[in-house]
Design a binder for this molecule. Structure first.
Ligand code: ADP
Ligand code: AMP
Length: 221
């Protein structure tokens, strides 16, 4: 299955992508995670992208598109993937279409997690992530068993630098301006599946599986 998951920052894309990746056996390709990995280094590329990621702006399209092209050409993506955080602009979506077309492949579905702005702010301001494996927690809605420690790998849980109130506001502004047009873009292609992202994590997951199980069992993707 080749999937895109979209929605505002904090919609639950990373949370649902991890579940999807594990159940359906497809890699979770998160451009945000890839950028955060690059930022752990201090080379030229890290220096080029730092100011965008830290301020909640989008990294320039050509850089993101190249990074995704390299990633989805790797052998583990042969049987499909879930793209999380990409595309984020119409230009990126068009570039993805061209990439897939030249490989004779196509997207099976675009999951759109719809959530309210208040929910997003509540979720992001209390999100914690494992600095080692990237697992996602929430202090109230999905807390770790031991405070500050990742259940999965024992790594330290941290707050993302861009989960500060002023950066959250900017990321939401950028989302409305640059990413929301993709709802129409994929709607017109008949690929968009809207999912109520306001429900609890396990209920959203039920809804996601109800959409993906039939696609996965068709076996033509
Ligand atoms: P995104 O990848 O879209 O930015 P995340 O998956 O990181 O969003 O989720 C943002 C925060 O909200 C995390 O702290 C996560 O644990 C929490 N979360 C995710 N889905 C839900 C949900 N359905 N209900 C409540 N909290 C959620
Ligand atoms: P995320 O983890 O998806 O919230 O992304 C974190 C940050 O990485 C964003 O605020 C952007 O600065 C950058 N980023 C991630 N994906 C993209 C993308 N597709 N296009 C441009 N910038 C991106």
């Amino acid at each position: 299955m080749r999937l895109v998951i979209m929605g505002p920052p904090g919609a639950g894309k990373g949370t649902q992508s991890a579940l999807i990746s594990s159940k359906y056996g497809i890699p979770h390709v998160s451009t945000g995670d890839m950028f955060r990995e690059i930022l752990k280094r201090s080379d030229g590329l890290a220096n080029r992208i730092r100011k965008y990621v830290e301020s909640g702006e989008l990294v320039p399209d050509e850089l993101v598109v190249e990074m995704v092209r390299d990633r989805i050409c790797r052998p583990d993506c042969e049987g499909g993937f879930i793209l999380d955080g990409f595309p984020r602009t119409v230009a990126q979506a068009e570039a993805l279409d061209r990439m897939l077309e030249s490989a004779g492949k196509e997207l099976n579905a675009v999951l759109y997690l719809r959530v309210s702005e208040e929910a997003v702010v509540r979720r992001l301001s209390r999100r914690r992530v494992c600095e080692r494996c990237g697992a996602i927690y929430h202090l109230d809605y999905n807390p770790p068993k031991r405070p500050g420690v990742c259940d999965r790998c024992g790594g330290r849980l941290i707050q993302r630098d861009d989960d500060r109130e002023e950066v959250i506001r900017e990321r939401l502004r950028v989302y409305h301006e640059q990413t929301e047009p993709l709802i129409n873009y994929y709607g017109e292609k008949g690929l968009l599946v809207e999912i109520d992202g306001c429900k609890e994590i396990h209920q959203v997951w039920e809804d996601v599986q109800r959409v993906l199980d039939p696609i996965a069992s068709r076996g033509d993707c």
